[in-house]
Ligand binder design. Sequence first.
Ligand SMILES: [Cu+2]
Length: 156
Amino acid sequence: MAAARSTIIFISTIFLLATSISAKEYVVGDGSGWTLDFDYQAWAKDKVFYVGDKLVFNYASGTHNVVKVNGTGFQQCSTSSNNGTLTSGRDVIPLQTPGKKWYICGVAKHCESRNMKLVITVLSQSMSSAVAISPVSITYGIVAALFSGLMLTFLV
Ligand SMILES: [Cu+2]
């Protein structure tokens, strides 16, 4: 009985670890936020985005916005391919599908002249899970499962 329970706990622990490791929240521009004259391509360059991760755009509401566009809209700084505009000043965008995602600021010439544009490539969740279930998380899982099993042995 205790063995069955610890097996369940072991599996849930692995699952929780995989989920918590893979789902990341990225603050665009880090401490600088979504602002003028920041190099967002340099910011994104060393990051790997997965389905399930989130982008957070921080800015003073009213001074900027976040427009989801397509590749052409990105190249031309045009909001005509507008696929949603966010204006809250703390816009959280869940990355729900793999592929390229383009975001620009639609205020004044912020995209054309002040570099307020971001393009990222989102990878599928299955690859993310493969990365997340690393030897480290499995080791943690085993330790947690053994500990839970030990606790249950005392309780049962
Ligand atoms: Cu702007």
